[in-house]
Structures are given as structure tokens and as C-alpha cells.
Design a protein around this ligand. Sequence first.
Ligand code: FES
Ligand code: FES
Length: 149
Amino acid sequence: MPTLNVNGKQVNVDVEPEMPLLWVLRDELGLTGTKYGCGIALCGACTVHLDGQPVRSCVIPVSAAAGKKVTTIEGLSKDGSHPVQRAWVQLQVPQCGYCQSGMIMAAAALLKEKKKPTDADIAAAVTNICRCGTYPRVRDAIHLAARSA
Ligand code: FES
Ligand code: FES
């Protein structure tokens, strides 16, 4: 029974240790902001932070998250006021929205590492796939968040 720290709260989950973290977050804890896309670490829809690093939770066994801090989109800020979230709203980034929580988590992790990322930094760090093609607005919103952080 792994004990996890999710969005600042300790939680016990009664699951097999090899269950993917994404399954635990969505199905056991009801944190459905994190999405399932490909299941094979390609699309980034399932991106969360593990001790501040962006990870693809569809391929992380829950046992690997025990003792680490998991942050999901629900825990990024209390009220949607994280600079990345504010920039997303200001530039109306999403289309269908499905990929967007993963995009925001990837962007937030990048800005923690690099206060003023270049276009190349963004392309290297935010490799999430968006079927709607929001990439130009994602890039603009990351620059806006960097300016306003
Ligand atoms: S669902 Fe995890 S990377 Fe696509
Ligand atoms: S906004 Fe639709 S998949 Fe990204």
C-alpha cells in the first residue's frame, strides 16, 4: 500500500506497486485534470511533477513515486493564479483543451529551471503533442509567463 504525497497531502492508496501513477491519480484519487493520451510516454498529456521534475505519469509505477512529491495540475496553484495559467488564459491558448494540463505542467517545470527560455529551450523542453496545433500560442504564452513571473 504505497503512501504518496500528492499536492501537499499524504494519501494511502491500496493498489499494486506497478500500477502506473496516472491510473492512481485519476482512478483512485479522482484527480482527472491529468489526461491519458498514448500510454507510452510520447504525447505528454499525463505530465505531472515528481519532486519538481516533469514526468510522464503513464509510465511511472506508483512505487517510484512513493516518498516523492507529486504535483498535478490541480495542485499547481490554489486558484489558477500560477503565471503559466494566467498567461494561458490571457492568450486563450487551448482549443479542445485535452492536452493542455500536460502542456502547462511541462511549461511550469521549464520556467522553474530557466527564467527566460528561448524558443529553442521551449522546443526542447515542451515536447507534448497537441492534435489541435496550439504550439505557437503555447510558445507565446510561455514567453508571456516568463515576462510576468
Ligand atoms: S499518456 Fe503519458 S505520454 Fe501520452
Ligand atoms: S488543445 Fe486540443 S489536443 Fe491540444
